[in-house]
Ligand binder design. Sequence first.
Ligand code: SF4
Length: 890
Amino acid sequence: MPMSETINTTCPYCGVGCGLLVEQDGDGGWLIQGDPDHPSNQGRLCSKGTALNETLDLDGRLLSPLVDGIQVDWDQAIERVAKRFRQVIDEHGPDAVAFYVSGQLLTEDYYVANKLMKGFIGSGNIDTNSRLCMSSSVAGHKRAFGSDTVPGCYEDFEQAELIVLTGSNTAWCHPVLYRRIVKAKENNPALKVVVIDPRETASCEIADLHLPLKPGSDSLLFNGLLSFLDSHDAKAHDFVATHTEGLEEALKLARWYAPTARAAAEQCGLPLDDLLTLFHWFLQKKRVVTLYSQGINQTSSGTDKVNSIINCHLYSGRIGQPGMGPFSITGQPNAMGGREVGALSNQLACHMDIENRDHRSLLGRFWRSDSVTEKPGLKAVDLYRAVESGEIKALWVMATNPAVSMPDANQVRRALEKCEFLVVSDCMAETDTARYADVLLPAQGWGEKSGTVTSSERTISRQHGFLRSAGEAKPDWWILSQVAQRMGYQGFDYGAVAQIFSEYAELSGFENGGRRDFDISALAGLDAESYDRLKPIQWPVVNGQAKGTPRLFSDGRFYTPSGRAQFVAVTPKPPGNTPSETYPLALNTGRVRDQWHTMTRTGKSPRLSGHDNEPFAEIHPQDADVSHVVEGGLVRVSSRWGDVVVRARLSERQQLGQIFVPMHWNDQFASNATVDCLVNPALDPISGQPEFKHTPVAIEAYKPTWYGFLLTREKVMLEDATYWAKAKRDGLWHFELAGESAAEDWSALARNLLSSASDTSQWAEMMDSAGGQYRGVSVNDGQLQSCLFIGPDHDLPKRDWLVQLFAKKHLSRQERLRLLAGAPMNAQEDAGKTVCACFGVGLNTLVSAIEDQGLQSAQAIGEKLKAGTNCGSCLSEINRLIKERQAQTA
Ligand code: SF4
């Protein structure tokens, strides 16, 4: 790429779909900034997007195809995959094979995978990991609208008078959209924001009202709202009469389960006045957006919850107009693209239905295939059960890590182990899933691949490659097309990605005539150059409307057979498994601010690892007390399905009886912290989406005989540790450690592990064998090389100051003298745990700025320290710190 060229692309993380501008920085690296012209983010990025340039190295990449662990060329790898799939299909039929794909794929990759499985192999057995995050929204949309349609757009948040965030920690999971809401509130102080969430999350920072409802009681709340609206004559009479059906039954059940606000409040465990505040705001404010995410979807009655929300919007006519509507926000960068191409096992391409004979016939004619599947395939959880039972004999996993991300992940690991033929295409060589693969295929990573993605608001954006492919990595669409051709199928001779997009756009309009919502036929036939220059555009994109469509349903026309939206009668249901004497607590899982999925990319960034460098469980202090779990100690969290050992964090922001463990850590980053190994496989019966938000668990203090930490420039492994968690920091690896039997000679172990024969490092050590203490540091040529601190309990020096010293080219005499103490003489030199990842501002620095320098606002802190002035992801923490300090001094 020429030095001066600027590439437009999009962020590979969440469903906000932020646009990026990428340039070479003149120093061998890349400058990655928010694209001011992209409609999703208007130049903003969150901490993850800002740190993308730290994730581009080749460390850990899969560089060439491997068959049975042996490097082969592409031809051999393709031959092996095609031959084995063909053999299984010939012997056992098409349903004996399956694909498990991902919202990380680009739309064109997704399209080809789905075309191959559903159109030519003739099985519905392709499911996507979007099943785990979005399928209840899809099912809810289809029941209400007749189509999987997100009616609104991000601008609606700026035009709303009331925004209800339910089951969504938007501040951390969709930070740029959250900043848009913050800005909207600054511009319009009358805008009300309500957060409905059992936990007090970072999103509560701007909430006018937080409703910490009982886990799983969401549809009681929205049934209560529907009853309340009805008893206050809030019906949009004309809209309901002309454009909807099924109100009577929905109202009957709403009134039965939650006849009054008081009844709803009692069942949701909420103060009546608080619930009434929400109900009255909903009643009074015309422009209402209800944004929902995994807290609604990832439950065993997620589809009903989605419909209970949509019911309220239909009843009051709050849909299809500026500033209003139900709004499902997607987790992954291209979850929407996957839904559009039909990568869920119960869908066909371009929002067509497997059960619909006309749709199947249409696809067969368009693809010139007489093998289009006639029945849905297995949904993710059932798919892995079928792999374990041997019903599915050949499985191809693309761009995802089910050994970490599926519920009951131990079952998935057993299935992968047993699978007769497992192909994994990924950009990383070592993942918890890849270790089971018979064939590993190197796929291009972000920055190398090229295609399109669709954001939560239906905006299709280009993703452009700007890096050379790593090793022999290839685009996923190319790999799939080669296998398809080798299996003897016609229609896969694609020469370029633009060709695939054009075919896909043409299919969306094929015999459509306005009967299907997904139609981008105006983009069919784009040549390579026009495709390359394609600007972000919201679907539908049909001729005569070439600018795209910000909102649907403005005309009250829906895609159901009657053309009317459907109310759905909702019977509230408790979580699939309820707490018991043995497992008395309810486990909730989710994201942390600075990590993404299974950390294959974000785990490479020192900046992002500074915020949370270790897996943890957030526990209410009273629950911790009962089990003798202490702040900073280790805790074993167990369920019927498995267990993890993580660091305990006590917090009253967690409700009594509930705990939270993040979803990201896995065997590559910790000894035993894959939380999905203990998540129950309870499923929504309609969508098949698993219940990640509620698993009964027990906690107990995990008491090793020693604790420690290791900071080292080399990636090493301390075999004596039964507990370990590792994080990349700036110029070093940071290991947290604990073990059940102490080394006989810590000094010998440290020197063996951390020094080579030619090493000229100088060691300083401190030992107290009787007290179980060891501290050793090595310095080479004035630079800190490694620190190993061991003690009998977890009360060891804070690591932050030592971590900071690794960045110094030459330690001062004072610093060297304080190394074994693990803390500077002057406490202010220790910046503390990273809060602002963009500018590396630590907790201690912020506390000092608030207490000693009297900075009492995030703005004042930003002006002085720059913290919070770039992506803004840390502003909620800064504001909370200010409030806490003010409360302490009041
Ligand atoms: S909000 Fe952050 S993670 Fe999501 S797309 Fe934007 S920059 Fe990426």
